[in-house]
Design a protein around this ligand. Structure first.
Ligand code: SF4
Length: 225
């Protein structure tokens, strides 16, 4: 797919997703927050779910955590226009509560389709939910952050870089410093040749989504894992 075709396909998928009612979150949302950024991005960030401001504005990461994400990007010479940013859930959970297993199971096809269309070199997962879903493994973010992994997503081999959620960086200076250090590794990861042999296991099976969510429920999905 060339750049024009990719942009058109993403736009069309966003239009389809805008009316999604596959889970109960459709009832309380202002709008679906599909994701934003460059359709040609080599780097895709995946967070958890829209919050109040994201639900109002229709754009992911526009609050304080988003501002930290912008500063982290600036630190490695990038802006939002160079990347694509999305979430595991496209609609805001009431009161910003944790995503539920059935919500993740309902919404994950949207994320996997986005990644399939974007064909990124690197997917940076922000926090526990995105990391567990896209890695297909239950290990918490504290254990796996900063260690790139190869996974098969949408039928392609993709490098996944688990990172702390920026909201955790806002709470704890040590985490913010770790985020800065992990971000500094991103340019090198982007310059690597794309993984060639897709691992057999595809991320994001419904069974895994349920496991990830229940595991996350158990630890209240604290952002540190
Ligand atoms: S959260 Fe996802 S699955 Fe649920 S209604 Fe929104 S777009 Fe659809």
């Amino acid at each position: 797919m060339d750049a024009v075709e990719r942009a058109a396909a993403l736009r069309e998928y966003a239009e389809q997703t805008a009316s999604c009612t596959k889970c109960a979150l459709s009832a309380g949302r202002t709008q679906v927050v599909f994701g934003s950024g460059s359709p040609d991005a080599d780097l895709v960030f995946v967070g958890e779910a829209p919050g109040f401001h994201e639900d109002q504005q229709g754009v992911p990461f526009v609050g304080q955590a988003g501002k930290l994400l912008d500063r982290l990007l600036e630190g490695i010479g990038l802006t939002r226009a160079d990347v694509f940013v999305a979430n595991v859930l496209k609609c805001r959970p009431p009161g910003n509560r944790d995503p539920q297993p059935e919500e993740i199971a309902a919404c994950e096809p949207h994320l996997f389709r986005q990644i399939e269309l974007l064909e990124p070199v690197l997917v940076a997962t922000l926090g526990n939910f995105a990391t567990k879903l896209l890695s297909g493994r239950p290990a918490g973010i504290t254990r796996v952050r900063g260690t790139p992994q190869e996974h098969r997503i949408g039928g392609r081999a993709v490098l996944v870089m688990p990172l702390f959620h920026p909201a955790a960086g806002l709470r704890t200076p040590r985490v913010a410093q770790t985020l800065r250090e992990d971000f500094e590794r991103i340019p090198d990861l982007l310059s690597r040749p794309a993984p060639e042999t897709p691992p057999v296991e595809e991320a994001g099976t419904p069974a895994f989504a349920a496991e990830a969510a229940s595991d996350a429920e158990a630890d209240q999905l604290d952002l540190f894992g």
